[in-house]
Design a protein around this ligand. Structure first.
Ligand code: G6P
Length: 468
């Protein structure tokens, strides 16, 4: 077994096993964000290969050493679909869907977290850095610290951390806070998330929380300090620029426009099919604009990519039904032989196709009801080499803290959303350019490399401070 200086621990490996036994990039923003860091450091990555009952040896993939963790069918049901995605996910996204609290799910979460911690402890070289990712593994920092007191432990939380009034619903709130506090640095997307976490620690555990860190009393009378701070995540912006420059991808963008019947404006939504993303709100607003004759299908088509996600969780099944009913109703009412209102794609696409879509889209709609960051917003910006295009961005995303030049919306306010869509559709090119240039500067200067370096630097400082 090889041991690495940097070990990333995430629920998923960066690649997923597909049904044909091949590998494809895993869904979601987390993997996209960490990929460049891993290429640079030649680290190890501990994670689940995306299918139940898959027993795989460690292997190398594109410069990263992958350490697969096997999940049984029961683990997938109780730990992944249950506690991670039917308890923590809805609770941390401000209970947009009702979280379910089941003791059986919690027990599986503890057991599976402990297996990830064992694998991480085995993969880490002496004095290595172990970097735990996201809400599926909140107990791992403490578990790794118990197994390997020599390593530096970081944790990054990719999703929101809720206000105490909601977090305190969790029957296992103390254990979760203690699990996270096993890390030297606990990173969040927004300052507000870090503040919510610190307040929860103070209320529940009564530890002293200062700007310099949370003071955790140790058995020997000493104090260990854990830093809770915002490190807004980003994308590999230059990779998107390079793709957007490719003549084949630009040609594909023109082809997409043609195939949609050359509407004046293409509106785009790109999301995992998740109830946090506000897809229904977006469709409602768009449908009403058609109904009210403020838009027509000749003038605007909405392309909605909704990639399949967590399909065995009831809330996701119900959402899919609702969205597909809505799409059918709107298209049935407004489509013509030449033009469609909504081109709905319940599929996942390769990154190149996504960039072609970004290039084809005049308006990008990000209407999430709650979102840790939303990297799609940043991908759209990075791809717009011509400094044209308009981003409509929900203020409930982490990205809204950074992207002040987007048109900001409250997705619950359907009238406001309709006006924002019209403002985007009608925006003169000069104003598009003025806004887009500012947005692009931010995304280019603060890319994922800057993010990981800032986090890892803070982690080393924090570890050194505790060691001295
Ligand atoms: C979000 C989460 C990630 C997760 C991804 C895809 O981005 O923050 O941790 O991996 O969604 O979800 P899935 O359940 O398919 O891994």
């Amino acid at each position: 077994m090889t041991q690495a200086e940097l070990v990333v621990v995430a629920n998923r490996l960066p690649v997923d096993r597909d049904d044909a036994g091949g590998w494809r990039t895993s869904p979601g923003g987390l993997v996209t964000a960490l990929e460049p860091v891993m290429r640079r450091t030649q680290g190890a990555w501990v994670g689940w290969p995306g299918q139940a009952e898959l027993h795989l040896e460690e292997f190398d993939f594109e410069g990263t050493h992958l350490v697969p963790v096997t999940l049984s069918a029961e683990d997938v049901e109780l730990y992944y679909e249950g506690f991670s995605n039917d308890t923590i996910w809805p609770l941390y996204h401000d209970v947009i869907a009702a979280p379910r609290y089941r003791r059986e799910w919690w027990n599986a979460y503890v057991a599976v977290n402990s297996r990830f911690a064992d694998a991480a402890a085995a993969a880490a070289a002496p004095g290595a850095t172990v970097w735990v990712q996201d809400y599926q593994l909140q107990l791992v920092p403490k578990m790794v610290r118990e197994l390997r007191p020599d390593v530096t432990i970081g944790y990054f939380h990719h999703i929101p951390f809720p206000a105490y009034g909601l977090f305190s619903q969790l029957p296992w709130r103390r254990q979760v806070l203690e699990g996270l506090l096993g890390a030297d640095v606990i990173g969040f997307q927004r300052t507000g998330d870090a503040g919510n976490f610190a307040r929860a620690v103070h209320r529940q555990l009564r530890y002293e929380t200062r700007a310099s860190g949370i003071r955790i009393p140790q058995d020997d009378g000493s104090v260990r300090i854990a830093l809770a701070k915002a490190f807004p995540i980003s994308i590999d912006a230059s990779a998107y620029v390079r793709m957007a420059q490719r003549p084949d991808i630009q040609a594909r963008a023109r082809q997409i426009r043609d195939e949609l019947g050359n509407p004046e404006k293409i509106l785009l939504g790109v999301d995992r099919l998740d109830y946090t993303k506000g897809i229904r709100h977006r469709m409602k607003a768009f449908g009403e604009l058609l109904r009210d004759d403020r838009l027509s299908v000749e003038r605007a088509t909405l392309v909605q990519v909704a990639s399949p996600s967590r399909e065995r969780v009831a809330a996701y099944m119900q959402l899919r039904d609702e969205i597909e009913l809505t799409v059918g109703r709107i298209n049935g009412t407004y489509d013509t032989m030449e033009h469609t209102a909504i081109r709905y794609l319940h599929q996942a696409f390769p990154r190149e196709e996504m960039v072609a879509l970004y290039l084809a889209a005049d308006v990008m709609l990000v209407t999430a009801l709650r979102d840790g960051m939303n990297l799609v917003a940043k991908e759209y910006i990075a791809s717009r080499l011509d400094n044209r295009g308009v981003l409509v961005l929900s203020e409930f995303t982490g990205a809204a803290d950074e992207l002040g030049s987007a048109i900001r919306i409250n997705p619950h306010d359907i009238e406001g959303l309709k006006d924002a869509i019209m403002q985007a559709v009608d925006m003169p090119p000069a104003e598009q350019g003025r806004r887009m240039r500012k947005l692009r500067r931010r995304v280019q200067e603060h890319d994922v490399e800057a993010w990981s370096q800032a986090f890892l630097a803070a982690l080393h400082d924090a570890h050194r401070a505790n060691a001295s």
